[in-house]
Ligand binder design. Structure first.
Ligand SMILES: Nc1ncnc2c1ncn2[C@@H]1O[C@H](COP(=O)(O)OP(=O)(O)O)[C@@H](O)[C@H]1O
Ligand SMILES: Cc1ncc(C[n+]2csc(CCOP(=O)(O)OP(=O)(O)O)c2C)c(N)n1
Ligand SMILES: [Mg+2]
Ligand SMILES: [Mg+2]
Ligand SMILES: [Mg+2]
Length: 313
């Protein structure tokens, strides 16, 4: 994509873009950027803050998802990032850019999906903004309350800790694969897993209370996101497919769905060996010392697809 000497965003991947942009910004907060959410000082405590953007054709398609599905997903992915700090969502701001010829019924349906997800995840809308755009763009900001807990970052995993997941992995990717292969009448549970992810939001605060040493939501694929905890913590996440991961792989039929599929927004956590894991968490591996690879799958480097990146193609 190089055009003379002009470097275009499509010449970089998402990680490289972030590394160029964030250092140019004045960042002063209790925490951030770099984790699932930031922490901002407030007179009576601290507020968790995060945002995630959905862009038509990049993150959803209006012929695959209804307006309500898009509204649901925008809420779900943001409350997942709040839960990934060990917090609960205290408020959402909904930014919406729309083509001027978009049917009003689509926007009303979108609002109904936002409302349904708010009921499901215990969130409320406190504001937002509207503008016109060439495609539908949804930018949700979520605020969160730690209720006095210490936030669980990506950086606290240590060798000997266990690696665990709350929620399922690979189902959203399996649904996306059905859409991409032109099977929109495929298994409804997989199509819905893609259109309406259900992050286990209560598992975030529960993980914090159980002493989790690291926590994040899996949005870009298990191996890629496990690599983020591994790098932040200076360790290796050693995943094993003998337990839950293997069951999910058998059920979906393709290891890549489970190991590299994004958008399930399951929670990935590390716990000290003596912790009692909260109910929804299943063990998927252990933490080892930093080595040549940030993540191992059954003792080997993963050589399959890398996971989601908005720019790398
Ligand atoms: N344009 C940006 N400016 C500043 N910080 C950003 C920007 N985009 C992403 N970040 C920060 O980079 C980190 C990684 O972002 P992202 O991968 O989107 O997180 P997540 O997958 O948890 O939603 C986050 O802490 C986020 O706040
Ligand atoms: C039309 C369409 N193409 C591709 C995808 C796949 N996809 C888009 S974003 C994404 C990963 C999640 O990214 P993002 O929403 O930015 O979450 P974040 O990592 O920032 O939390 C995936 C797998 C999709 N959902 N829809
Ligand atoms: Mg996240
Ligand atoms: Mg993002
Ligand atoms: Mg996110």
């Amino acid at each position: 994509m190089r055009d003379g000497d002009t470097l275009r965003v499509g010449d970089l991947d998402e990680t490289d873009l972030l590394a160029r942009v964030v250092p140019l910004m004045p960042t002063q907060a209790l925490l951030g950027p770099g984790d699932d959410a930031a922490l901002v000082a407030a007179p009576d405590g601290r507020v968790v803050a995060t945002t995630d953007v959905l862009v038509e054709l990049r993150d959803f398609r209006r012929d695959w998802s209804t307006g309500a599905d898009v509204g649901w997903k925008a809420v779900a992915q943001n409350v997942a990032d709040v839960a990934a700090m060990g917090a609960r969502c205290s408020g959402l701001l909904i930014g919406l850019g729309m083509p001027v010829d978009l049917e009003v019924a689509w926007v009303e349906d979108f609002a109904a999906g936002v409302a349904a997800a708010c009921r499901e995840f215990g969130a409320v809308v406190v504001g937002g903004d509207l503008s016109a755009a060439s495609e539908v763009v949804v930018a949700v900001t979520a605020l969160g309350d730690l209720a006095g807990r210490a936030p669980v970052l990506r950086s606290g995993a240590r060798p000997g800790h266990v690696v665990a997941v709350a929620g399922r992995l690979g189902r959203s990717a399996a649904g996306l694969d059905l859409f991409l292969r032109g099977v929109p009448d495929g298994p409804a549970d997989l199509l819905d897993a893609h259109r309406r992810p259900r992050p286990p939001v209560a598992a975030g605060p529960a993980a914090a209370d159980a002493g989790a040493s690291a926590l994040m939501d899996v949005s870009d694929g298990l191996v890629r996101d496990a690599g983020r905890i591994a790098r932040a913590s200076g360790v290796c996440l050693e995943l094993t497919t003998s337990g839950a991961l293997g069951e999910w792989i058998t059920e979906l039929g393709d290891p890549a769905f489970v190991l590299t599929g994004g958008e399930d927004h399951a929670l990935l956590a590390c716990f000290p060996p003596d912790a009692v894991l909260p109910g929804p968490f299943v063990v998927v591996g252990r933490v080892g010392p930093r080595g040549a690879d940030p993540v191992l799958v059954d003792g080997r480097a993963w050589t399959g697809p890398a996971g989601w990146d908005h720019f790398a193609r």
